[in-house]
Design a protein around this ligand. Structure first.
Ligand code: MG
Length: 248
């Protein structure tokens, strides 16, 4: 029996099969479909990429409401919009799934206050998850409440604040969650946050809602607007400019 097995193996070793064709460079290259052509914006002149939805171009807040079917009433002047602390949050009319969002924000030079009471605002993704905005220039606070934190969840990887009076640039890349029938996450949301060219969040998994009191909750939702926060802290109001979004 041992001899028979040896003979069979030996016959297979001798049988010749075709060898794989030699790879040529072109065999792993494809040409279509070509990505669409997008003309980039220019940060110096506050222009958006050619395919972006402009949410604020310095002229008016027509893309926004007060979140209660009324117009957004923050103060637009000289190409920027400043939070009006008597008027509440502002919310985009349009809803979004996954996106790339660009916005610029500036804390007044004469800002006062400490910790969370100093230029507090925030950008809510799909009206659910807050990426914190705060004057963290030489102003310490709880780290999961710093600028660029997923509020009360994940601290930023760095503090890349510009000093009050200078414009901070946020680029936020967001992947919307997918829910199961029972309302729990099949895939949680993910976010990458870049401030002034510095990565603060690198494809961070968002755990759920960003609660002021309590832990993240799972709330099933679909597409949602962008919400900018009017925070009731007593410090001077911050301003925004050049806000655009590219749904993905
Ligand atoms: Mg906030």
């Amino acid at each position: 029996m041992a001899l028979a097995i040896t003979c069979t193996a030996s016959a297979q070793d001798k049988k010749e099969y075709p060898k794989p064709e030699a790879m040529r460079p072109g065999m792993s290259e494809y040409w279509t479909p070509q990505p669409k052509v997008v003309t980039p914006g220019d940060i110096k002149t506050n222009t958006a990429p050619s395919d972006a939805i402009v949410l604020f171009d310095g002229k008016d807040l027509s893309a926004w409401t007060n979140g209660k079917d009324g117009p957004a009433e923050w103060t637009v002047k000289n190409g920027i919009v400043t939070v009006d602390k008597t008027k509440g949050d502002i919310v985009t009319r349009q809803k979004f799934g996954s996106f790339q969002l660009h916005l610029e924000w500036c804390v007044p030079t004469d800002i006062e206050g400490t910790s969370q009471s100093r230029g507090n605002s925030g950008v809510f993704l799909q009206d659910m998850y807050e990426v914190q905005i705060l004057d963290c220039y030489e102003n310490e606070t709880y780290v999961n409440g710093m600028t660029g934190s997923i509020y009360k969840q994940t601290p930023p990887l760095a503090n890349a604040m510009r000093r009050p009076g200078e414009w901070n640039v946020y680029d936020i890349i967001y992947t919307a969650p997918v829910f199961k029938e029972d309302g729990t996450y099949l895939y949680k949301p993910y976010v990458t946050v870049i401030q002034n060219g510095v990565v603060l969040q690198n494809h961070t998994e968002i755990q759920g809602t960003t609660e002021y009191i309590g832990f993240p909750r799972t709330v099933k939702h679909g597409d949602g607007p962008i919400r900018l926060q009017m925070h009731g802290d007593p410090s001077k109001a911050i301003s925004f400019r050049n806000i655009w979004i590219r749904p993905m």
